[in-house]
Design a protein around this ligand. Structure first.
Ligand code: PLP
Length: 423
């Protein structure tokens, strides 16, 4: 049963209530291994589902365009202070609706349409909003894109420097969605300074690892840091932009009134709670366990003959090229899902297949670590993945169904906030 119980929703809208109940159960029964997903705490769920959703608060604390901000202002100020303390930055804006609008605010603040901007190409591990062609950031700016080396699967900072000095972008983005290795923020900062560019570190995927001390921080290196709050940071769907004092007011103006109207106050409260949780020693242990699990899983998959981009993982994420297994990413991801292991199909660097039917899958350990799985479980997880992929190749649905049952049995012993199994 969903926690808190959905009794009012069941009364008003049984159709939606039943679907939410089913989703809660699905999340309980599956190994959720999409690296951008997690399980939030009951405290975060309660803040997200509170009456704060009723309020309008355009503007910033003490400078609002609506009355009745007696309790909203302190909530937003607490969230801001906790972000500043946790990440060691001068300024934080907690209002962006999500990661993509947060990045758009950076463009609005520091570039004009037609300016040159630079980011990692999406199929190399970057994000749409780092200047990829189908995104507004690739259409309204002159975007130049870097990638990884074919031989190492890693970013080559000498290549990035050559491109930056040749193209002279106004903004350089580092960070991405499919990078299994540590990002060298100091190295990027050196390049941005040589090229006269603003450095933006988009830490959407790794914010929780940084907060927990399991990945180096971009604070003091990047001029601007953007992040979602719902990935490894384990908070509500939302985002933050953090800056030094010099870039603070440009960012605030870009978020409101440049790009958005009223902030989502229920999300702001949930972000505040998230940041309090992320400042605890327990969260630091969680972040380190996410990495330990990812390393253990990478080792177990390598042992089973899987080809990992860059040869392994330093963080929460593993990118697998399934070409040697002679199955594409999409049928593998579908089979794994039927086996109770939820991943996503993904392009790999220099992919020869099409983006909607690529060669790889992307997996990660943030959510299963929240459930309580440890490095000792990872050989079993790798074995199930391998069996399910082999079964998919042979159209062996019985094996896939058997794995789903074994996964369900294992996860019965690992509680999930937001769901209470009915006896
Ligand atoms: C997830 C992500 C985003 C976008 O976040 P949304 O909330 O989905 O808009 C931006 N940048 C990176 C690197 C991401 O991983």
């Amino acid at each position: 049963m969903h926690q808190p119980p959905l009794s009012h929703l069941e009364g008003t809208d049984p159709e939606i209530a039943a679907l939410v109940e089913s989703e809660a159960r699905r999340q309980f029964e599956k190994l959720r291994m999409i690296p951008s997903e997690n399980y939030v705490s009951m405290a975060v769920l309660e803040a997200s589902g509170s009456v704060l959703t009723n309020k309008y608060s355009e503007g910033y604390a003490g400078r609002r365009y609506y009355e009745g901000q007696q309790f909203i202002d302190p909530i937003e100020l607490v969230a801001i202070q906790r972000a500043k303390d946790l990440f060691g930055v001068d300024h934080a804006n907690v209002q962006p609706y999500s990661g993509s609008p947060a990045n758009l605010a950076v463009y609005l603040a520091f570039a004009s349409p037609g300016d040159t901007v630079m980011g990692m190409a999406l199929p190399m591990g970057g994000h749409l909003t780092h200047g990829w062609a189908v995104s507004v950031t690739g259409k309204w700016f002159r975007s130049v894109q870097y990638g990884v080396r074919a031989d190492t699967g890693r970013i080559d900072l000498d290549e990035v420097r050559d491109l930056a000095l040749k193209e002279r972008p106004k903004i350089i983005f580092c960070g991405g969605t499919a990078i299994p290795r540590v990002i060298d923020f100091a190295g990027f900062a050196q390049i941005a300074s040589e090229a006269g560019a603003l450095l933006v570190a988009d830490i959407a995927h790794i914010a929780g690892l940084i907060a927990g001390g399991a990945h180096p921080s971009p604070a003091g290196h990047a001029n601007v840091i953007t992040t979602t709050t719902h990935k490894t940071l384990r908070g509500p769907r939302g985002a933050m932009i953090m800056t030094d004092a010099e870039h603070a007011s440009a960012i605030d103006k870009a978020v409101f009134p440049g790009l958005q109207g009223g902030p989502h106050d229920h999300t702001t409260a949930a972000i505040a709670v998230t940041l309090k949780e992320a400042a605890t020693p327990e969260f630091g242990e969680y972040a380190h366990r996410v990495v330990a699990n990812s390393r253990a899983l990478a080792a177990a998959l390598t042992e089973r003959g899987y080809s990992l981009i860059s040869g392994g993982s330093d963080n929460h994420l593993i990118l697998i090229d399934l070409t040697p297994q002679e199955i594409a990413g999409k049928p593998a991801a579908r089979a794994l899902d039927r086996a109770g292991i939820e991943v996503n199909y993904n392009t790999v660097p220099f992919d020869t297949r099409r983006p909607f039917d690529p060669s790889g899958i992307r997996i990660g350990t943030p959510a299963i670590t929240t459930r309580g799985l440890t490095p000792g479980h990872m050989p079993q997880v790798a074995a199930w993945m391998d069996e399910a992929i082999s079964a998919a190749i042979k159209d062996d649905e019985a094996t896939i169904g058997r794995i789903a049952g074994a996964v369900r049995d294992l996860l019965t012993g690992f509680p999930m906030p937001g769901y209470a199994p009915t006896p």
